[in-house]
Design a protein around this ligand. Structure first.
Ligand code: NAD
Length: 323
């Protein structure tokens, strides 16, 4: 099979691409290597992928329609759209780039799927859509009309466009709402990476709130990649949570990393950010029913792998900014 993966130098796109190629497929990857976070990490992931023979890379912006059209001179068994502006708090600072990539970029891809008669589209969406008012754990049919950030609002827009293209053109669409993905070579703007770096380097560990009131349903990146690939089969129009069904309180995440790194955290408490969701927890019954998917990697195993990766790559990772 031949797949188009957008955001292939990103954290999740990198693993999805690797797993597809290892499974014997060809992947055409797109990424614009933007500086939403330090590009050294993106280039490191890309270098791993470029070792793989069935991987071909295009440095293209999803908003550049003429360049994107050229990539669609070939046909694909599916388009997997993992490219996005992905930070919750950063989306408050510059919402426009979120609308450009997450909504217009998704629209550009959907239009090309329609024009080229590509049958399958996968969209990365987010647990952030569940906002503050839904009962825990979050089910896919919960109310997503109260996004707390431009990031969440942009994903709501992308999901809605996918529904229109499914309705109008019978495009088979699988939307995954990921829950806090972590693992080796993860995003430096996310908590797992930051906590490992800050504790390892003796830097202050920024905690929004008291650390006891917020929790995250962390999901290991390889589990996420397996789920995305399982979702490539025809499913009509489906929205599916990929999470762990096992939320971890923030302070317990810090305590585990302290134990694995062998150092105490220097906590620096800051006020809770209004754009952040306090707690996430995934109901994953739908993923189990439709895909036979359950996460395989425990939080301790996953954080251990992240800490080991950090230690192996510390010579360059210690200098990566965490904003
Ligand atoms: N990591 C998580 O915890 C998480 C949780 C929920 C949803 N998601 C979603 O999963 C997807 C992947 O997230 P990630 O954590 O790998 O993020 P990431 O930022 O590491 O990866 C996204 C990649 O897309 C690329 N990109 C961004 N805008 C682009 C554009 N206009 N044109 C081409 N490439 C562009 C970036 O350079 C980056 O390499 C995103 O859609 C994100 O919103 C992630």
């Amino acid at each position: 099979m031949k797949y188009l993966v957008t955001g292939c130098a990103g954290f999740i796109g990198w693993k999805v691409t690797e797993f597809l190629v290892v499974d014997g497929h060809t992947v055409i990857g797109i990424d614009n290597i933007n500086n939403a976070y330090d590009v050294t990490v993106k280039n490191w992931r890309l270098a791993q992928l470029q070792e793989l023979p069935q991987f071909h890379f295009n440095n293209i912006d999803l908003c550049d329609r003429p360049a994107l059209e050229q990539v669609f001179d070939e046909t694909y068994d599916a388009v997997i759209n993992l490219a996005a502006r992905a930070g919750v708090r950063q989306s408050v600072e510059n919402p426009w780039v979120y609308i450009d990539t997450n909504i217009t970029g998704t629209l550009n891809l959907l239009e090309l799927c329609r024009a080229k008669d590509i049958k399958k589209f996968v969209l990365a969406s987010t647990s952030s859509l569940y906002g503050a008012k839904n009962p825990l754990p979050f089910s896919e049919d919960a109310d997503t009309n109260g996004p707390l950030s431009p990031y969440a609002a942009s994903k709501k827009g992308a999901e809605a466009l996918c529904h229109s293209y499914h309705h109008l053109y019978d495009l088979d669409v699988t939307i995954f709402r990921f829950f806090t993905v972590y693992g080796p070579a993860g995003r430096p703007d996310m908590s797992a990476f930051r906590f490992v770096k800050w504790i390892s380097e003796g830097e202050p560990v920024i905690v929004y709130g008291d650390g006891k009131q917020s929790s995250r349903d962390y999901t290991y990146v390889e589990d996420i990649a397996r789920g995305v690939i399982a979702g490539l089969k025809p499913l009509g129009y489906s929205v599916i949570n990929l999470g762990s069904d096992s939320p971890i309180v923030l302070i317990d995440t810090i305590r585990l990393i302290e134990e694995l790194v062998g150092k105490k955290a220097i906590l620096s408490h800051q006020p809770f950010h209004r754009a952040d969701v306090r707690a996430t927890w995934a109901n994953i019954q739908k993923a189990e029913q439709l895909l036979g998917w359950r996460p395989q990697v425990s939080f301790r195993q996953g954080i251990t792998a992240l800490v080991e990766w950090y230690q192996e790559n510390r010579d360059w990772v210690k200098d990566i900014p965490t904003e």
